[in-house]
Design a protein around this ligand. Structure first.
Ligand code: HEC
Ligand code: HEC
Length: 378
């Protein structure tokens, strides 16, 4: 998994810019304090040499500052550089719409983030009728480097987008106007999927009801210096065909990528991966001093080591059981709540969930126990 937020680089640039600016400042001050009344030839020579040297240093510092400004300007103006949206016309077929619906609701979960979620119900399911309208907020409260809001992706908003523009947004993370999208939108996972699956999602999006929605979609606002770094994150797509279902491990890996399981089940701090892949420990602040953490899902016994395939599949499928009534959750009463989109994923077929299990059994086992839920409420 690539680590998108290379924060360190930018701090260095910033530091260099500050040092360069400081140098210029001293040089200017220096030339003001030069006194022409001094009679000693040596001093004058010395001073004139100093002056030349300072001028040279000044010029160098200026070049450095211009270079850095130029670099930042380049990152801001010329990046993201993922090329034009591809020319494509996605033919809408029943097969594609059906596949796209499955992916958007149960695997890639477009309809989880791009909807209004009901956080008074277990696992925050999307409120019926809001699918696609956007409006979920990801901001500093949850540890994100800025304010980001998922956008309307119903035909109301996408009607004047070309299929190629939607394709580029999903696989490269670039909006219609060429601006970079915040990577909570999981384009770094989607960019390696099968072209046919992306086309199926687009076909499905073209057929859902056009809804304006009553949430005002505010423009995203990344904080400094993330507003500059953000432009370096989108990448050209590297699509690959979906492995055949008979190749269970490769097929399971494909689905695990499409579903973005690693994103939440790997410890991150301020958007930076700091833990082992799939070993959990990502902290989600639910507010009111309540914290839910992703568990270890590697094959170690502190993870899924003691789970068999049918237990794993059942853990998801219990939410599609006809006797399951979505539980109401009151955080104020210390009741357990989770960001794991159980109810959405539960719509995956048993075969697909099973393949994810088989793949997870092959990742490196990590010895790590996680306390899943804590609250400081009394
Ligand atoms: C984990 C949450 C999440 C998931 C899952 C997700 N998105 Fe997004 N998406 C976002 C957010 C947040 C933004 C806005 C990013 C920003 O403002 O920089 C976004 C932006 C977009 C945009 C750009 C809209 C615009 O006006 O620029 C499109 C198109 C889009 N998503 C489509 C999809 C599709 C299709 C899927 C499923 C294949 C999907 N998203 C899955 C959170 C998500
Ligand atoms: C939005 C973040 C998020 C995503 C995406 C996510 N998870 Fe989770 N997951 C969590 C959190 C948080 C928990 C702990 C709370 C709970 O049990 O619901 C959890 C719990 C689990 C558990 C229960 C483990 C146990 O010990 O009881 C399993 C299994 C699991 N996730 C597997 C997956 C798989 C497989 C995927 C991808 C298909 C996935 N998760 C995607 C956040 C996420």
């Amino acid at each position: 998994m690539n680590n998108a937020w290379c924060g360190g680089v930018v701090f260095n640039i910033e530091h260099a810019a500050q040092t360069a600016a400081l140098n210029i400042h001293f040089i200017l001050l220096g030339s003001f304090s030069y006194s022409p009344n001094l009679s000693n030839q040596f001093t004058i020579n010395y001073l004139s040499h100093m002056k030349t040297l300072l001028k040279l240093l000044g010029a160098l510092a200026l070049v450095a500052v211009l270079g850095i400004a130029g670099f930042i300007g380049y990152v801001k103006l010329a990046m993201p550089d993922v090329g034009n949206a591809p020319e494509m016309k996605v033919e809408i077929t029943d097969a594609r719409v059906e596949r796209g619906k499955y992916l958007a609701h149960h695997v890639m979960l477009c309809m989880d983030c791009h909807a209004t979620r009901d956080w008074t119900t277990f696992a925050g399911p999307p409120i019926a009728g809001t699918e696609g309208i956007g409006g979920e907020v990801f901001d500093q409260k949850f540890g994100f480097p800025g304010f980001f809001m998922s956008r309307n992706i119903t035909p109301f908003a996408l009607a004047n987008w070309t299929d190629g523009e939607i394709f580029r947004a999903i696989t490269c993370g670039v909006s219609k106007d060429g601006s970079a999208l915040f990577p909570i939108m999981p384009y770094k996972y989607y960019r390696v999927l099968d072209e046919e699956d992306i086309k199926s999602v687009i076909a499905y999006l073209r057929t859902i009801p056009s809804i304006k929605g009553d949430v005002e979609i505010k423009p995203s606002k990344p904080d400094f210096p993330f507003n500059i770094i953000l432009n370096t994150i989108p990448e050209k797509a590297a699509l690959a065909p979906m492995p055949p279902k008979t190749d269970v491990l490769a097929y399971g890996k494909y689905l695990t990528t499409a579903a973005g399981c690693a994103e939440c089940h790997t410890k991150q701090e301020k958007g930076k991966i700091v833990g082992e892949l799939f070993a959990g420990g990502f902290e989600f602040n639910l507010g009111n001093g309540t914290m839910v953490r992703s568990p270890n899902i590697t094959p170690h016994e502190t993870g899924l080591g003691n789970w068999n395939r049918s237990q794993f599949v059942q853990r998801f499928k219990m939410y599609t059981d006809s006797s399951y009534i979505p539980a109401k959750v009151d955080l104020g009463k210390k009741e357990f709540q989770t960001v794991m989109p159980w109810t959405m994923y539960s719509g995956m077929t048993e075969e697909d969930l099973g393949a994810i299990y088989e793949y997870l059994k092959t990742v490196s086992p990590v010895d790590k126990s996680i306390e899943r839920f804590t609250t400081t409420l009394n």
